[in-house]
Design a protein around this ligand. Sequence first.
Ligand SMILES: CC(C)(COP(=O)(O)OP(=O)(O)OC[C@H]1O[C@@H](n2cnc3c(N)ncnc32)[C@H](O)[C@@H]1OP(=O)(O)O)[C@@H](O)C(=O)NCCC(=O)NCCS
Length: 418
Amino acid sequence: MTSSKGFFSHFDDVWMLDGVRTPMVDYCGALGHISPTDLGIKAARAVLARSGVPGGHIGAVIAGNMAPGDFDQFFLPRHIGLYAGVPVEVPALMAQRICGTGFELFRQAGESIQSGACEAALVVGTESMTRNPIAAFSHRTGFKLGAPVDFKDYMWEALKDPAAGINMIQTAENLAKKYSISREQVDEFASASFAKAVAAQQAGFHAGEIVPVITEKFELEGYQSRGIKLQGKITEVAQDTHARISPADVLAKLRSVYEGGVQTGGNSAALVDAAAAAVVASGRYAKTHGKKPMARVVAAAVVGVPPEIMGIGPAPAIRLLLERAGLRLDQIGRFEINEAQGAQTLAVGRELGLDLSLLNVNGGAIALGHPLATTGVRLTITLARELQRANKRWGIASACIGGGQGIALLLENPESAT
Ligand SMILES: CC(C)(COP(=O)(O)OP(=O)(O)OC[C@H]1O[C@@H](n2cnc3c(N)ncnc32)[C@H](O)[C@@H]1OP(=O)(O)O)[C@@H](O)C(=O)NCCC(=O)NCCS
């Protein structure tokens, strides 16, 4: 028996035609009352409109969502497809690889297109961190007199890995110790993430991938209509909300989540609500319909790592991706690695010997947020756009995954040969 280093998939002729996202809004903010299905429908409709791909050309709907944000979550991929205008005959799948879900959607789309199962796929990641339920799993059979009531905060509980007996912040603390990463270094990294995000926002970079959320109805002939109703006097939500200039000395004053630890609310991924969607298609589809793709989806790699240091996952995933794709690290012009926690991303950087000036150049999740299933789609769209902006050929987007996995996606800019 041979031991596996993980999955590797190479796609010969798979392209991202377009991608958009909603703004990423701090949880309990202006998107907090909207279900992930409706946020997903919004992003899906927007990407079909922007790409000019009719819903009738979509052969697969592949959606991701981690936390149930409403009682209709079972139907989320199906309802996103139907209300986005994809024909009733087209099947819809929910894929789940925790924080790597968004990338997994591209991997699934790539496999479906490569195998000839479809010519074009709609991929949608959507997450409402706000609407994580307060849940109990043990009350179906009733409450015994005086027995403890078991309702808990789903989001807080879900960030704990019972196998390792620790939560995600503690996995980053383990990496900080392993790689001798100090609180000061994590705050400096976080401060730079905020500064890059604010600069990119001011330069209009993020606006290029954001579709504003407005009050609107989603009609579907013969079925119930649904939609988005913004609250109060808000008529439009068009901007990410978390990024703000955050000097390292200000971040240094925040209390660490665990005493003596390096992670705080200021240098960990922000909790935000958002959806992102992309159209992925074969080269034949793009040519036949005169579409100019944003990026070639070249390959994907997924690996396992020990649960207690889950945050290191991108390092072996990127190594496997490069090894099997026949590229070197120094050929990659841009990296988007999800900043789940500052120490975690720094550990990945050290493990790979990464040039940090190529990483998350428009800000990362510490500044912009990490809406779990949305993140991989958002990072892929951002990377494709950044490769075009900077005229770089190769880019890698990656994320660590709770429970101990890493996933990475290789993109090629169709416009650049260098
Ligand atoms: C780290 C974490 C527990 C913090 O949660 P929280 O305590 O609700 O964080 P808050 O946003 O309230 O921030 C804590 C404090 O820091 C302050 N703060 C946060 N960012 C700041 C910034 N950029 N500048 C100044 N102050 C800031 C807040 O204002 C708050 O101050 P207060 O206590 O006086 O109100 C949470 O964000 C988290 O778990 N993030 C990581 C998510 C994750 O691991 N995802 C999965 C990856 S596998």
